[in-house]
Ligand binder design. Structure first.
Ligand code: MG
Length: 264
């Protein structure tokens, strides 16, 4: 199933998204997931189907944390002059940086270089801690979505650690939907376009650390909760964005996350 969160006539709601001849439609309201106690389910209300692209979407998750993986594609590590890590490189992105499909990315005037990083992201469905070597990780995964891990590249270097460079407001575009209908272990295409021009073209079969490996590694350190978001790393081809640009990240089987870019 695919689902989204959107602004309905009666406030934020979750809804199933169905593919009708290649067009995605919001069709049926869903109860909020357990990480969202604030949304009042309007399930009794009938809604007329709405094309997904005409709806006002909201970020599809409310994560307690966003645990990112750095340098998880060999060619991307190389393009920034970094070694391939011996174990997954983890960092946290501020949940306050989340924005939805079509909302603008704000380039902070303090940075001279803000890059896109198109990524496949895992959405956790069940609280999990210390996942064992023989445990099936899939039972903890609700589905997958698209993330743009926007990065102030210059501040990432000068700060030494990455909280600010990765954590500015609007630096985590996410969506448009969550789906459980894909299998990243079998190879999923991850592409980023800047103003329509293809910049990144990777495949999850080239992940250095696989999704099961990542979840065991992360939960060895920290408990994951429903709604937690895990962007799995970006392929080669990262580049800066300017005011007036439009950046689109497409993950095969999920959809396209599109955001305009503005300064300030
Ligand atoms: Mg990244």
């Amino acid at each position: 199933m695919k689902y989204c969160r959107f602004q309905s006539d009666f406030g934020p709601q979750y809804a199933e998204v169905a593919d009708r001849n290649g067009t995605l439609w919001i069709e049926r309201l869903l109860p909020p997931p357990e990480e969202d106690p604030w949304t009042k389910y309007s399930g009794e209300a009938q809604i007329d189907p709405i094309p997904l692209e005409t709806a006002t979407l909201l970020p599809p998750v409310i994560p307690s944390k966003i645990v990112c993986i750095g340098r998880n594609y060999r060619e991307h590590a190389a393009e920034l002059g970094n070694e391939v890590p011996k174990e997954p490189l983890l960092f946290l992105k501020a949940p306050s940086s989340l924005i939805a499909h079509k909302q603008p990315i704000h380039i902070p005037p303090i940075s001279q270089r803000v890059d896109f990083e198109g990524e496949l992201a895992i959405v956790i469905g069940k609280r999990c801690s210390k996942i064992g070597p023989d445990e099936d990780v899939r039972q903890h995964i609700r589905g997958y979505t698209v993330v743009n891990d926007v990065t102030a590249r210059d501040l990432q270097k000068t700060d030494g650690q990455w909280s600010r460079a990765k954590g500015f407001d609007t630096f985590c575009p996410t969506g448009p939907v969550i789906t459980d209908e894909i299998d990243p272990d079998s190879g999923i295409q991850v592409q980023t376009r800047l103003n329509g021009q293809l910049k990144q073209d990777g495949n999850t079969r080239d992940l250095i650390f696989t999704i099961p490996f990542l979840l065991r590694h992360i939960t060895a350190a920290m408990t994951l909760f429903p709604g937690d978001l895990i962007p799995t790393g970006t392929p080669a081809g990262v580049a800066p964005m300017q005011s007036g640009d439009t950046v689109e990240v497409t993950v095969e089987g999920i959809g396209t996350l599109s955001n305009p870019v503005i300064v300030g």
